[in-house]
Design a protein around this ligand. Structure first.
Ligand code: FMN
Length: 295
């Protein structure tokens, strides 16, 4: 069952942080009564806990999560000064950034960290496009929206849907049908109006991970490389997140491939957005693995 969200109006300051931070922008400041919840977006709550982690007054509660049990006090000091385990506990997927470019030397450090990610086989097969020019990301956004718009339209048409299924296979088709298409149907109106960027998140910088389609082990290598990338960003005082919503439109659109200088032979596997985090979290989030068996 999808989680429900409650806001305790007695303690809520209507600061709007939860609305800013929520990946699906479920909370809104639009009503007269401070924060309210958008019913059309409630089903898209992924119970990530970010709203509770950022709330200064513990006013927001997602069903199934409790402040005392599922959160913890964050270590003092910046991530740059913390030992590794403390540092990873304080990491969050950052989707809201200061309007400040990321200096080239920090991007170079993130790239350097990525080179230390272990590959299945050497030499490294991962290729990167580092987008340090924010204008290029803004230029790409309308084309990404177009690709998702065509996908949503195709999935509403039985013949086109059949073609998509044949092309992508049953597993990807089910992901598209059950998750991506409903999500994008909800997001597209604001994306098209230019009032919300739920694809590239107005990020100042982005790294695209791709590899030659015949390279061995490239998908696993890229997922690990991406993890090194966003951990390094966090360690450097930046913030970032993997973004699996970005590679598909780049993969499919010749215009985007050209803009991001992706060779025709390459598959776009991953992306991360990065920049300076705009907001500070009050607490960390604990999560349990489904099961751990010790033998
Ligand atoms: C492989 C991967 C892909 C992701 N893709 C997206 C994405 O497309 N859009 C998005 O808003 N967040 C994306 N995220 C961020 C996750 O939603 C986020 O990590 C998760 O909700 C947990 O939150 P936390 O990272 O703050 O702990 C992705 C994360 C991973 C690891």
């Amino acid at each position: 069952m999808k989680p429900r969200i409650r806001i305790n109006k007695d303690v809520c300051h209507s600061c709007g942080l939860c609305a800013e931070i929520c990946p699906n922008r479920i909370m809104t400041m639009d009503g007269a009564d401070g924060i309210s919840l958008r019913p059309d977006r409630l089903p898209f709550c992924i119970a990530c806990g970010q709203c509770m982690a950022v709330c200064t007054s513990q006013a927001i509660v997602v069903d199934g999560l409790a402040y005392e049990r599922d959160f913890f006090a964050l270590p003092k000091g910046s991530s740059e000064e913390m030992p590794f385990l403390e540092m990873i506990k304080a990491r969050r997927a950052i989707r809201v950034f200061k309007n400040r470019p990321v200096p080239r030397e920090l991007l170079e450090k993130v790239v350097e960290a990525i080179t230390f990610a272990p590959p299945g086989f050497t030499p490294l097969k991962t290729e990167l496009t580092v987008v340090q020019d924010t204008a290029v990301i803004r230029q790409a956004l309308p084309e990404m929206i177009k690709v998702y718009d065509s996908l949503v339209k195709a999935m509403d048409n039985p013949i086109a849907r059949f073609v998509v299924r044949r092309k992508v296979g049953a597993a990807t088709f089910n992901t598209l049908k059950r998750h991506i298409v409903p999500l994008m149907k909800n997001r597209l109106p604001e994306l098209k109006q230019g009032t919300e960027d739920t694809l590239t998140r107005y990020a100042p910088a982005m790294i695209i991970f791709h590899a030659h389609r015949d390279a061995e082990n490239y998908e696993e290598d890229i997922h690990i490389a991406l993890t090194y990338g966003f951990l390094a960003a966090h360690a450097l005082g930046l913030g970032g997140s993997a973004m699996s919503i970005i590679p598909p439109p780049i993969q499919r659109s010749p215009r985007l491939r050209k803009l991001f200088l992706i060779p025709d032979t390459n598959v776009v596997v991953g992306s991360m957005i990065l920049g300076y985090p705009k907001y500070r979290y009050q607490r960390g989030i604990k999560r349990n693995l489904r099961n751990v068996t010790w033998i």
